[in-house]
Design a protein around this ligand. Structure first.
Ligand code: ADP
Ligand code: MG
Length: 342
């Protein structure tokens, strides 16, 4: 009799996590939130701690033929800080674990750590430990971040209410377009090593891919303005996919408007040049690390004039579904393509 074999691609990344979660037992009342948000939440007296971890693999998450090690180090920290921000918490400590093949020298590790230390300074976090081991397949880097907040400040994916306003920070699609540019220049270089890559023109989008920023600035501003979002997450897999997560966790629907979606000019122009639909890049491009959140209508006036927060739609009843209203005014069902890891 042959053993049953299910391909991971049959479940997908999120299906696999749900599948694993079915057998996971929470044993402590101090575990306020386990699997299923941007970070876990742990009760620790007056404050709560949030914990999140991300794993980056050479050849899967970064390509050292165009990603400088210093940027890889910075990004490994920033993506974790972004998940702490997504809980409306302040990052305090990180651990850093690396696996290295013998291709890497001390100088290479120093370059990686120059980025890690720069990010630690930038986000004001302490590197408190980690692990170092050998690898047979290039560089692996895993960062865990610990953050802090008052219990009532923590924002989950599950708090969105009907009629809340949907907000996104910054602009979207740049990291995906930047990746496409870097891949294109790599292919050009491989086929003709004498060609110099033409990258100046694409600096904004390539920087979005290589050295993303976590939006801690927004978290601090929301505190100053006394706004606590009703739900929040960071945009790592693509806006549409993240909206689906909020809808599922909050049991709501959403309507967003194409003409409200923020896109940078260089992202738009480069997408067109590459033959990509800019709106598809905004909806499904990953790794922008902007924040997606919902606010109660009563808080709108506090954020209305903010130059870097965009109001893209509203929360509706679950049975009303998930829609994108196009520029021509037709409502199209929103599809979550996201980043497919499997
Ligand atoms: P994010 O994109 O915000 O980093 P993920 O999509 O990676 O979040 O993860 C979603 C949730 O699943 C998180 O709560 C995360 O901690 C959890 N998770 C991911 N992989 C595993 C795993 N192998 N075992 C247990 N929990 C996991
Ligand atoms: Mg996240």
């Amino acid at each position: 009799m042959s053993e049953k074999r299910t391909e991971i691609s049959a479940l997908g990344e999120f299906g696999l996590i749900d599948h694993l979660n079915e057998k996971i037992v929470i044993r402590h009342s101090s575990t306020l939130k386990g699997i299923g948000d941007d970070a876990a939440v742990i009760d620790s007296g007056e404050h709560v701690k949030v914990v999140t971890t991300d794993l980056l693999l050479e050849g899967v998450h970064f390509d050292l033929s165009y990603a400088p090690l210093t940027h890889v180090g910075f990004k490994a920290v920033a993506v974790n800080v972004s998940d702490v921000a997504a809980m409306n918490a302040i990052p305090k400590q990180i651990t850093v674990s690396i696996a290295l093949s013998n291709r890497f020298s001390v100088e290479a590790v120093d370059a990686l750590y120059a980025g890690i230390n720069a990010a630690a300074e930038h986000y004001s976090v302490d590197v408190i430990g980690g692990d170092t081991t050998a690898s047979r397949s290039g560089l692996v880097i895993s960062v865990t971040a610990i953050g802090e907040a008052k219990k009532e400040q923590i924002v989950y994916r599950s708090g969105a209410k009907v009629n809340d306003i949907i907000c996104v920070t910054g602009d979207l699609g740049g990291a995906l377009v930047g990746l496409q540019v870097l891949e294109r220049e790599k292919q050009v270089f491989l086929s003709n090593p004498d060609m110099k890559p033409e990258l100046e023109k694409y600096q904004i989008v390539t920087a979005r891919q290589l050295r993303p920023e976590a939006r801690m600035d927004i978290i601090h501003e929301l505190r100053e303005l006394e706004v606590i979002p009703t739900s929040m997450m960071d945009i790592s897999d693509g806006l549409a996919s993240e909206l689906f997560h909020i809808c599922k966790a909050s049991n709501v629907g959403v309507t967003i408007y194409e003409d409200k979606l923020p896109i940078d000019k260089q992202t738009f122009d480069t997408a067109v040049e590459l033959g990509l639909d800019p709106i598809t890049c905004v909806l499904n491009g990953g790794e922008d690390y902007e924040l997606l959140f919902t606010i109660d209508q009563k808080d709108f006036h506090k954020l209305e004039k903010h130059p870097d927060i965009h109001f893209i739609g509203h929360v509706s009843k679950e049975e009303d579904g998930k829609y994108l209203v196009t520029k021509s005014g037709t409502a199209a069902q929103l599809k979550a393509q996201g980043w497919k890891h499997f």
